[in-house]
Design a protein around this ligand. Structure first.
Ligand code: FAD
Length: 415
């Protein structure tokens, strides 16, 4: 009989994943599909939260194809982005053309992240070895004999202890798992933060996503069907100064950089409509310890340049699944296998971050701080205007990443 006092529960599983974001849900699905007993602990009650990026890249869509889920996935409302354009001053220039990628989907799909996560959860739940516990926040690690042997979590109904062969920290860029494991983080710095907001769409609006680069301003508009998801880039730590100048001044700045929005900037009637993303670019030196691995943002927070954080998180999950499913089925994951996951994913992360830091410092930082009234279109962009095939290079970097991962049916065989 329940006497009303909080319950304490203990579970034993092969793999316990902290965090039900893109990395955690994809790894949970892959391991369950491979017959591994897996639990995902997610601290929130549902997936419906603030905007955290809606982009599903061609390489992620390729993974969905390999899993046989693509047709069903596309039954959910989404938009398709085939060409990315940039406005530099008064000139509109296509900068990334996805239509030539060697993938089944030659576009970025735009879908709310909660729909994507809900889709992964629904499919994972069809496997008997999958469990998802919402409102279960990992608070600590259990260590025994020099290795991580499980986690402690706080749930809606009381304390939970999960004993496991492997803890995966997929709990995002403020990872508790990473902190409790004492994994060291390297900060690569960023000269900017991003203010996210929604503005409605109206008849006659341009029907495509784009980025605008004007002296002092970088503004990105993502077409989300009946509204624009907008990113207003500001110098690092500049949000207090933006607020000090007042909402009216901010609305005027948005209207100046996107004049066709002028009539609707009044929709930003409160600072609550403007969400700050504090940009961080970092990665851990070692992604693992005995009995523990970090993936996704927990291992490396990405810059918003290219909008590739979700894609990298998914690619980490696929690589981790490919390497770890078999050892997990056997019941022993050694350091060599954890090291192999880091080795596989670290270099694409490093190269991507190096590229992002270059763009942040050499392009965005300069655009934000320039005093000039106008600036010339940079040479690489001019070349893309002249030779359209060059637009395939950024499309490949953004759409597929440095090292796209594929579902290995030998280790991740469906059961
Ligand atoms: C405002 C914003 C806009 C973005 N835009 C884009 C974009 O356009 N394209 C793109 O690719 N990326 C974008 N990103 C980045 C992207 O969201 C991340 O890179 C990606 O979600 C990383 O996935 P993840 O699974 O590693 O971590 P997360 O998505 O952060 O997921 C971590 C999960 O763990 C849960 N969690 C945290 N702590 C605990 C705990 N202690 N116990 C249990 N659960 C826990 C969280 O609730 C969350 O569900 C954006 C991010 C932000 C904040």
């Amino acid at each position: 009989m329940n006497d009303g006092s909080p319950r304490s529960e203990t579970l034993a599983v092969r793999c316990c994943i902290a965090g039900g974001g893109p990395a955690g849900m994809m790894l949970g699905l892959l391991l369950a599909r491979a017959g591994v007993d897996v639990i995902v602990l997610e601290k929130h009650a549902d997936f419906f939260r603030d905007f955290r990026g809606d982009t599903i890249h061609p390489s992620t869509l390729e993974v969905m194809y390999e899993l046989g889920l693509l047709d069903e996935f596309f039954k959910r409302p989404h938009q398709e982005l085939r060409l990315l354009r940039g406005w530099i001053g008064d000139e509109m220039i296509p900068v990334a053309d996805f239509s030539h990628l060697p993938t089944h989907c030659k576009f970025i799909a735009l879908m709310p992240q909660w729909d994507f996560l809900d889709f992964l959860a629904q499919h994972a739940k069809t496997y008997p070895t999958f469990r998802l516990r919402m409102q279960a926040e990992v608070t600590d690690l259990i260590e025994e004999g020099g290795r991580v042997a499980g986690v402690r979590a706080r749930t809606a109904t009381g304390a939970l202890e999960v004993r496991t062969d492997l803890v995966v920290g997929a709990d995002g860029r403020h990872s508790t798992v990473r902190e409790k494991a004492g994994l060291q983080i390297m900060d690569l710095g960023a000269p900017m933060d991003v203010l996210w907001m929604r503005l409605s769409q109206r008849p006659g609006d341009p029907k495509e996503s784009m980025g605008r680069f004007d002296p002092g301003h970088v503004f990105v508009m993502i077409d989300r069907g009946d509204y624009w998801q907008c990113a207003f880039v500001i110098p690092k730590g500049g949000f207090d100064e933006v607020k000090r100048r007042g909402l009216e001044a901010f609305r005027e700045e948005v209207a100046r950089v996107a004049p066709f929005m002028r009539e609707r900037v009044s929709e930003l009637s409160d600072w609550d409509h403007v969400k700050l993303l504090t940009v961080a670019v970092n990665r851990v030196r070692e992604w693992y310890r005995p009995g523990l691995l970090c993936i996704g943002d927990a291992a490396h927070a990405m810059s918003p340049v290219g909008g590739i954080g979700i894609n990298l998180a998914i690619q980490d999950a696929v690589a981790a699944g490919n390497i770890l499913a078999e050892p997990l089925r056997r019941g022993h994951v050694g350091l060599d296998q954890l090291r192999a996951v880091q080795r596989r994913r670290e270099w694409p992360t490093r190269v991507t971050q190096r590229f992002q830091v270059f763009v942040q410092n050499r392009i965005i930082g300069r655009v934000l701080t320039t005093q000039a009234k106008s600036f010339a279109v940079p040479l690489p962009v001019r070349l893309m205007r002249r030779w359209p095939f060059l637009r395939r290079i950024p499309a490949r970097l953004i759409g597929m990443g440095i090292q796209p991962e594929h579902v290995n049916e030998t280790s991740l065989r469906g059961t």
